[in-house]
Design a binder for this molecule. Structure first.
Ligand code: SAM
Length: 222
């Protein structure tokens, strides 16, 4: 794929209605958008073929966002990992929650900020880091959430270790997966990190059936 100049990237605007909440989003137009003229993203571990992933709206992000609309986050420090467009971070910011977002893509912060402004929200703390970058300055969290993050063979090990390193001793992890085949492996690794698989209190979905095409993993350590 040939790198475009940043100015040549194409975007699309859309308005989502999630129950009674309206969210305006600016996303990349499609997976053909690619701009890494100096190879910065590639050096940070983002391959050209996966460059656009962060800037697209993935179905499981809508499932996670619906969940976060009613989730009890009182007193919780929340981290959205592999945030991409950061739909759940936008929802939680709108609920005045203590939300931090992270992704390894060098452009994710700018895209998140555009969407914060489109929705007149408070700015969302963002840290650019990869799951295999070693210790980060993010600190630890009570609730760690993510959607569509397990799509390469090394992702379950990398992500579960990153989560273990950023979880408070009592922590809940919620991951929505569009059944790409790595969820069982991820679940086993989470058990090894001291988490148990638990139902989600107050969820509009059930753990077994959830929503078409998606599986919701919920893991608790106490
Ligand atoms: C399929 S996209 C999903 C984005 C978003 N969670 C959603 O559901 O719309 C995968 C996201 O994970 C991020 N990601 C992939 N591998 C990563 C890694 N090793 N470290 C940090 N982020 C990573 C990508 O940059 C991208 O934003």
């Amino acid at each position: 794929m040939k790198s475009k100049s940043p100015q040549a990237l194409k975007y699309q605007y859309q308005t989502l209605e999630l129950s009674e909440t309206v969210v305006h989003l600016r996303t990349l137009r499609d997976n053909q958008q690619f701009s890494d003229p100096d190879g910065i993203a590639e050096t940070l571990g983002v391959p050209p073929a996966g460059w656009s992933h962060f800037g697209l709206l993935w179905d499981s992000s809508k499932v996670l966002a619906r969940l976060m609309q009613g989730f009890d986050v009182t007193g919780c420090r929340v981290l959205e990992v592999g945030c991409g467009v950061g739909l759940s971070s936008l929802i939680l910011s709108g609920r005045h929650s203590d939300i931090t977002a992270t992704d390894h893509h060098p452009d994710a912060q700018q895209h998140l900020q555009w969407n914060v402004e489109l929705n007149n929200l408070r700015s969302i703390p963002f840290f650019r880091t990869g799951w295999d970058d070693g210790p980060s300055a993010l600190g630890r969290f009570d609730l760690i959430i993510g959607s569509d993050l397990l799509y390469q063979p090394d992702h379950p090990a990398l992500l579960s270790t990153f989560i273990k390193d950023h979880a408070r001793s009592t922590c809940q992890v919620i991951l929505v997966d569009p059944r790409r085949g790595y969820m069982n492996q991820f679940g086993r690794l989470m058990l090894g990190h001291g988490f148990d698989e638990t139902p989600i209190e107050g969820s509009p979905y059930s753990l077994e059936d959830e929503t078409p095409g998606c599986r919701i993993g919920s893991y608790q350590r106490s």
